[in-house]
Design a binder for this molecule. Structure first.
Ligand SMILES: [Zn+2]
Length: 346
């Protein structure tokens, strides 16, 4: 080929590649996809984006690149609700959950963790449930200890978690609460990577009233609605991850003060008053692609791995029951806890 022809061919190839790439982006970011709720796009992803691990955006507005699954089974944990396909997280989160499971079993008299939702394979908003859990740095852990046998996939769908509360009260039921619950929670809070842990105000009160050990991490345990069947671990943005937005650190104090007492007054638990807006406000998690950080478009487009096993942290997984993969199960907060307004900041 003559030199001018080679140059022409090169220019054409480069231009064609650019046009194709641009077209792919345009398909993603315009037309139906741009108008489609982001939860539908992220909720449909069965496998993670094969990219360097990166938590992108904020806990309640972002996505996850390079997600890894926690194995369905480990020596000291079992993952629950496998059909939801929310066993995915930043590798640092998965490592932390596994570490907590080992430490709890070895040192706290807690036989192992039942692991609830982490994030979707590519993070992002969900079709049901959580407003957060979007960037692979949040994990729910059941307050029910792991049984001494391997649960079947069906049992992992059907078994109910145990509430720590006395029926119709805001206080812990001493018939279900044990010192081991306190030890696991205080251990989780003690890890420097852990940014905060959400627990029901009744559980926080129980810890404030009964914990006699080191209280330096007590402030990380944040009282919040729900969270009496499970606790929610939130880790900090991993070091060196760009575009991950941290939450302000919780106060240095134990939080066993008037901020906790507030939850036990009548006022905050009053049912929400109907709003007088003309149009219903879009829910926080009805975000569009354009509402998310721009890098989330690449997360949607990136290729997936050849198999789930390739992107599972640690040991082998058991299969989900037929016909249950991918679909999100209905999740509703317990009906007897009214959602008040305004919500205090977490
Ligand atoms: Zn949670």
């Amino acid at each position: 080929m003559s030199r001018p022809r080679r140059i022409l061919t090169f220019i054409c190839r480069t231009a064609c590649a650019a046009v194709i790439a641009l077209a792919a982006n345009t398909v993603l970011l315009s037309g139906t996809k741009a108008d489609q709720p982001a939860k539908e796009i992220f909720g449909a992803a069965a496998l993670p984006a094969v990219l360097p691990a990166r938590a992108i955006g904020f806990y309640s507005k972002g996505c996850l690149a390079g997600g890894m699954a926690i194995a369905t089974d480990g020596p000291t944990w079992q993952a629950m609700r496998l059909s939801r396909n929310r066993r995915w997280g930043h590798p640092d989160l998965v490592a932390l959950v596994e570490r907590l499971s080992r430490d709890a079993a070895a040192k706290d008299g807690w036989p192992g963790l039942l692991v609830g939702d982490l994030a979707q394979p590519r993070g992002g908003p969900m079709l049901s449930g959580h407003a957060s859990h979007q960037i692979g740095l949040d994990a729910d852990i059941w307050l029910t200890p792991m049984p001494d046998r391997t649960l079947t996939a069906r049992e992992r769908e059907d078994i109910s978690a145990t509430s720590m509360l006395k029926k119709d009260t805001l206080y812990v039921d001493d018939r279900v609460w044990t010192p081991a619950h306190a030890r696991v929670l205080m251990r989780a809070a003690s890890y420097p990577e852990v940014e905060r842990i959400f627990v029901h105000p009744g559980i926080k009160k129980k810890l404030c009233d009964s914990w006699t050990g080191d209280r330096s991490a007590m402030g990380k345990l944040r009282p919040y609605y729900g969270h009496h069947y499970h606790f929610h671990i939130r880790i900090k943005c991993p070091p060196g991850v760009s575009g991950c937005r941290s939450q302000a650190s919780p106060p240095q104090s134990t939080g066993c003060d008037s901020s906790l007492a507030w939850w036990f007054t009548d006022e905050p638990w009053a049912p929400a008053k109907p709003e007088k807006a003309d149009k219903p406000k879009p829910r926080k998690w009805d975000m569009r692609m354009a509402d998310l950080p721009a890098a989330c478009a690449q997360v949607v487009q990136a290729p997936g791995p050849a198999s789930e096993a390739q992107v599972t942290f640690g040991s082998a997984s058991i299969a989900s029951p037929a016909g249950m993969g991918g679909s999100a199960s209905a999740f509703a907060p317990p009906a007897r806890i009214p959602i008040p307004v305004p919500r205090p900041s977490k």
